[in-house]
Each structure stands twice: as C-alpha cells, then as structure tokens.
Design a protein around this ligand. Structure first.
Ligand code: HEM
Length: 419
C-alpha cells in the first residue's frame, strides 16, 4: 500500500486543528510535506490525500469516473435528501446535472441581475450610518432573498420572510464546529444522531416548499423552480434539489461577498477603482477575492482508478482532494501569492487547474456563473451607494462555518452614504 506522508498526531488532534485553525494547519502541512500529504480525520477509516499541484488537480478533476468521498454524504444527506444533485453519482448524477444546468447560464441567468440589484438596494438602506457593523449577516440576508426570488420564485413577502427565518435557523444550527465534531464523534462511537433535530426543521421547510411547488405546477413562471417542474421532476425530488440549491448557493455566495468586502476595505485604491464601474475590473476583483479567500476549502473525489501523483501511485478507493487554499497560494502560479491584486487577472482568467474555488470537472459548481454574477452586481451596487472603510484593525481570521471558510468576526465595516 502507498503511504503518503502527513501529520502523525492522532486523528482527534488533526480534526480539531482543521476545524479551529485550518489555515495554519494547511500551511504547516505544506511546510513539512510539500505538495501532497495525507490527513486523518476523526470518524474516517482512511486518510484524505490533499493536493495542490495544478497538474495533479487537472488529473483528478479530468477523470469523470471518480466518485464522491464519504464526507459529503455524511454531512449533507440528512438535510438535503437522497436525490440531491450534490450527492448523486455516476450516470444518474450526469443526467440530473444536464437537466439542472440551463437556468444557470446565459440569457436566463442575466434575467436575474435586476433581482440582485433590487435586493441589494433595499438591504443597503437598512445599514447603520457612520458606525461599525458586521456586514456578513447583511450579505446572508441578501443572498437568501435572491435565492428565494430567483430560484424559488416566492413572490409573497410574508411567505419569503417565514421561509427565510426557518432556513436561517437551520443554517445557524448546522454552522457550529461543535456540531461538526458531534457528527464525527457519533460516527466513531455510534452515539445518538446529532442531526435528528435538523431533520425535523427540514420537514417544516418541506411543508412550505410543497405549497410553492403546487402553485407553480398550476401557474409556471420565470423562476428555476418552474423550470425543474417543466423538466419533469416529481415533488420529492424537487424538494431535495431546492434545498440543495438553497444550501449550496446562499451561504457560500454571502461568505464570498463578505470576504471580498474585507479585502476591499483594506485596499482603498482597489475599492476606488472598483467604484469607477469598469465591468472587467469588477470581474477581476471577484476572481482575486475567490482566489485569496476560497469559501469552500475542499472538493474531493474517491478514486475509481489508480492515480499517479508526485511519484506516488494512489490506489482506487483513495479519497483525494485539492487543498484549495494551498492551490491558490502557490508562488509559482501567483507571484506574491498573499497580496490582493485584481490586476493580475486583467489579461485573462487564471488556469482552471490553479483556480478552483468552484471545484472542477463534471461536478464543478453549477451555480458558479450565478454566484459570480451575484457577487459582481452586488459589489457594484454597494460601492455605488456607500463609501466603505474598515472598522477593525486586522484582516478577518478564517473560521469554519458549515463546510465553509468564513470571516470570524463577520467583517466589520463603517459605511457612509455617497454624494
Ligand atoms: C461563491 C459561491 C459558491 C462557491 C464558492 C461554491 C462552491 C462549490 C464547490 C466547491 C462545489 C463542489 C464542486 C466539486 O466537487 O468539484 C459546488 C457544487 C455545487 N454548487 Fe456551488 N458554490 C457557490 C455558489 C453556488 C450557487 C449560487 C449555487 C446555486 C444556486 C450552487 C450550487 C451548487 C450545486 C448544485 C453543486 C453540486 C454540483 C454537482 O455535484 O454536480 N453553488 N459549489
């Protein structure tokens, strides 16, 4: 058997370091073991091999046959349901993916820009003037509202509020690192299921979704829900896919925006240039922010065929993932890798194998274009309406929230009305 070097600490310690200080954990692995190393997480029988070399990432994502590592299913199945696109595999996954892709591209997607603009304009009016506040919760409100309108097409504001409350609660309850640890511990020691309460919450949300689905069956509209109905899905599957889009798309995009704002308020020249409204520059800002502050740290596969990497042969069954932070901070790909410099992307997008905030291959995020559009439109609207400055001396530290890297202090800023 191939043994990939990695930290020798017991799995419980490796897991705690990963949950509590992920960046310093990854950096110490890079220092000690280089491009490829293996990590042992509590509750998993086999180690997880982490990569950051672009060629290795290309090879991993280029093979459509690989499956999913068990981590994704354990954490998400009870909440998303068995038919979620995030959890399907093989032919079934590809067929569902083909069905769900169209609304996330081209003209269809551009139609949602106006929705994003409206939602941002409304939320910005509720921001405090001239005093510090955390902007991350506002980004969460914005992205949740955008999903409820664009994906679910919920037009009744009372229903939107009730759904938003329920979903917000579900997400808050899944967010803590102690819950993540409880899940791993109960797997290891077969204790009571810490996710039972979440499933109860999911059922309450389902009841509300059923009303929306029934209405859209009678009266189709421009939202993504209507398109899933048109594609011939039954109600149970639609509920799973809606929860998937909601959970995969809302928190991630909000966190991407919060990180971008944290970087911008510490780089006033960039902020100023962004406010000039050049679309190409706005795109570069989003690309650079997702590089330097990747929201999702891992997007792995379970090998179905052997893979060569850095002189090792990894056998089928090995769980392998890019360590996205490490892939994005390689000095050979990004000179001065820790500097926030959107200019580096003005001459073209980075290579897909060294910029992987959305994963890759046949499982790459289907909401990537939607998320980038939402970030672009939201940032443009925000800087048009408010002058921003940092409210805390130091840049935000990375904390884990659900499966994401999130700004620990919620990105505190001071905002002043423009003009
Ligand atoms: C900045 C925001 C976002 C980030 C960083 C992000 C990141 C990711 C990542 C890393 C994956 C796994 C990819 C892989 O395994 O190769 C993924 C999958 C997925 N994302 Fe996103 N995402 C974002 C926004 C969205 C949005 C807005 C939606 C939908 C509204 C969405 C829906 C999905 C779905 C359905 C999948 C599963 C795809 C599949 O397995 O085929 N995401 N996302």
């Amino acid at each position: 058997m191939t043994v990939i070097p990695g930290p020798s600490a017991p799995p419980i310690l490796q897991t705690l370091r990963w949950l509590l200080r992920p960046i310093s954990f990854l950096e110490s692995c890079r220092r000690n073991f280089g491009d490829t190393f293996s990590v042992r997480f509590l509750g998993f029988e086999t180690p997880m091999v982490m990569l950051s070399d672009p060629e290795a990432i290309r090879a991993l994502y280029g093979n459509a046959e690989h499956g999913l590592p068990p981590g994704r299913t354990i954490a998400l199945l009870p909440i998303l349901g068995p038919r979620s696109l995030l959890l399907l595999e093989g032919k079934e996954h590809l067929a569902r993916r083909k069905l769900m892709l169209p609304p996330f591209h081209g003209e269809r997607m551009r139609a949602y820009e106006a929705t994003v603009r409206d939602v941002v304009a409304q939320d910005v009016e509720t921001w405090p003037e001239g005093e510090p506040f955390a902007v991350h919760p506002h980004m969460q409100r914005i992205t949740l509202e955008v999903i409820l309108r664009a994906v679910f097409g919920v037009t009744d504001p009372h229903r939107r509020t009730r759904l938003a409350e329920r979903v917000g609660q579900l997400l808050a309850d899944t967010a803590s690192w102690s819950l993540q640890l409880a899940v791993l511990v109960s797997r290891r020691f077969q204790g009571p299921d810490p996710l039972a309460r979440l499933q109860q919450q999911r059922r309450a949300i389902d009841a509300m979704l059923d009303i929306e689905i029934a209405e859209r069956r009678d009266d189709p509209r421009e939202d993504i829900l209507s398109m899933l109905i048109e594609a011939g899905m039954d109600d149970a599957e639609i509920r799973d896919q809606l929860m998937t889009l909601l959970l995969a798309g809302h928190e991630t995009t909000a966190t991407g925006l919060a990180w971008t704002l944290d970087l911008l308020v510490r780089h006033p020249h960039t902020l100023q240039r962004l406010a000039e409204g050049d679309d190409r520059y706005t795109r570069a800002v989003v690309t650079e922010a997702l590089r330097l502050r990747p929201v999702v740290p891992l997007a792995g596969r379970r090998l179905t065929t052997p893979m060569q990497v850095n002189g090792y042969e990894l056998p089928p069954g090995t769980d392998v993932t890019p360590a996205i932070w490490l892939a994005h901070t390689r000095a050979d790909r990004y000179p001065e890798p820790f500097a926030f410099r959107p200019e580096r992307h003005l001459d073209g997008a980075p290579a897909t194998s060294s910029w992987v905030p959305f994963g890759g291959g046949v499982r790459r995020c289907i909401g990537a274009a939607f998320a980038e559009m939402e970030m672009r439109v939201a940032l443009t609207e925000i800087v048009k309406r408010r002058a921003l400055e940092a409210a805390a001396k130091d840049a935000e530290r990375v904390a884990r929230r659900n499966v994401t890297f999130s700004p620990a202090g919620g990105t505190r800023v001071i905002a002043r009305r423009r003009g």
